[in-house]
Design a protein around this ligand. Structure first.
Ligand SMILES: [Zn+2]
Length: 112
């Protein structure tokens, strides 16, 4: 079977290859606590090829947005929370904004 994240061969009985399992474990351990740059550092520390890491970040997670979208959604929820804005950005929101090309960066509330 092909890995659902990097599309390389995963093995007969698994949909996620060993490399992506490592990346997923790092993501699960730190999600909601780290931003994208910190995650990138941890991913690069695994020694896996950049290409693999990028494929993983761009792959879908739980069917709603990419891994990157999830990380960005967690970051923006934290930032908005820190500013006293009580909202919850979902990965789906981030994906929608990114696709519209109106995502303006972390601290700023995107406008419709
Ligand atoms: Zn993989």
């Amino acid at each position: 079977m092909k890995c659902r994240h990097c599309r390389e061969r995963a093995g007969w009985f698994t949909r996620v290859c060993a490399d992506c399992q490592r990346l997923l474990a790092i993501y699960d351990l730190h999600k909601g606590q780290l931003g994208l740059p910190q995650f990138l550092d941890l991913f690069i520390e695994t020694g896996l090829p950049r290409r693999k890491i990028e494929a993983f970040l761009d792959s879908a997670l739980h069917g709603e947005g990419s891994v990157k979208d999830h990380i960005l959604a967690d970051m923006s929820t934290q930032l908005l929370g820190a500013m006293g804005v009580n909202t919850r950005q979902s990965a789906e929101d981030v994906k929608r904004l990114r696709e519209k090309g109106i995502w303006r960066g972390m601290g700023e509330r995107p406008k419709e």
